[in-house]
Design a protein around this ligand. Structure first.
Ligand code: FO1
Length: 326
């Protein structure tokens, strides 16, 4: 059974950790998971290339993430960051721990030697034991891309890096739109389109539909591959009661003029979505196109995440069986 997932940062990583736990507890050892990770959040800091969503997926699936933050390493220290601040190095608003720095240093060394990001990511994934669990992590593209936020200051002339908007300003600065530098010329990383085409089930975790899943969908070729996929595509709403559990998905949706409802988010995926999980109280419960499953969606524990991921996976398997029966 080949599963392919498109994922962003914290929510996507927790969902996929739950999926792996579900597969292990149901004895489904033969399943293989390919994760296509968002790289629009990537940023260069102190001359180092930082890939927040890829690292959050690596640390979370590798069992090393700071559980409280959902990103960065557990048991972390910040001596390098403190010394950089003492030196007057900027920025200081993006917290990088000492062990996290090693990831960025090694990634930057390999990139500088000409290794594509997909090769670097495979090297980092092996450090976290992902191949042993039949998990492959692919960046959505090897082309350097960055999401920037055009601020709504009347003349639409100022844009800042997504991380500056998200972390430093906590998405509080009114945004006019998101632009992804480099995306139009980007090509899917090796294996990305194959992973979608060869999948038995494609899953969309409850990642940010605008700046995570939406960015991956913007890589030329990805959306067409999903439309043409033989596998059913099952997504999980990132909203409970119209609100994201964490992060600023509602602000991002408002920025692109989309309502913060599961229905509106499903509408963003309408041309390829076959199944959709919504929260128990969601008005979409009972819909048949996409096929909707209503259930609790709060990933309050590993077991809860496994239940949610299992429900999404099971819906995908049911839809696949129905397809092959027709
Ligand atoms: N998020 C924050 O809110 N504050 C930070 O200082 C911060 C640092 C950071 C460092 C490495 C990393 O991989 C992620 C980090 N994040 C931080 C999270 C990051 O901004 C988000 O996870 C994604 O970029 C948005 O999904």
């Amino acid at each position: 059974m080949r599963i392919t997932a498109l994922a962003g940062g914290v929510g996507g990583a927790r969902f996929l950790r739950g999926l792996l736990h579900h597969l292990e507890r149901t004895g489904d050892e033969a399943a293989e998971l390919t994760v296509i990770g968002n790289t629009g959040d990537d940023i260069t800091l102190f001359g180092l290339r930082v890939c927040p969503d890829l690292d959050t997926l690596l640390y979370t699936l590798g069992g090393a993430v700071d559980e409280g933050q959902g990103w960065g390493r557990a048991d972390e220290s910040h001596h390098v960051a403190a010394e950089l601040a003492a030196l007057g190095a900027t920025p200081t608003w993006f917290s990088l721990g000492d062990k996290d720095f090693a990831t960025h240093i090694y990634r930057s060394q390999l990139l500088a030697q000409g290794m594509p990001l997909s090769g670097v990511t495979a090297r980092l994934a092996s450090r976290w034991g992902l191949p042993d669990r039949r998990v492959t992590l692919l960046p959505m593209t090897d082309t350097p891309v960055e999401t920037h936020v055009v601020l709504d200051e009347g003349d639409g002339s100022r844009a800042i890096h997504f991380q500056q908007w998200w972390v430093r300003h906590q998405a509080a600065l009114p945004a006019e739109r998101f632009v992804v530098a480099g995306l139009d010329g980007a090509t899917p990383a090796p294996g990305v389109l194959d992973a979608i085409r060869a999948a038995d089930v494609v899953l969309l975790p409850p990642s940010n539909p605008v700046v995570s899943i939406g960015i991956i969908l913007g890589v030329p070729g990805v959306r067409d591959a999903l439309r043409g996929a033989r596998a059913p595509v099952v997504g999980v709403s990132p909203l409970i009661g119209g609100r994201p559990v964490r992060g600023h998905a509602d602000v991002c949706l408002r920025t692109i003029g989309v309502a913060s409802t599961s229905e509106a988010v499903a509408g963003l995926y309408a041309d390829f979505l076959d199944g959709w999980l919504v929260d128990d109280a969601d008005p979409m419960a009972g819909r048949m196109r996409p096929v909707v499953t209503a259930r609790p969606l709060l990933m309050s524990s590993l077991e809860a995440a496994a239940d949610i991921a299992g429900a999404a996976f099971d819906l995908g398997v049911r839809l696949a069986a129905k397809d092959s029966a027709t």
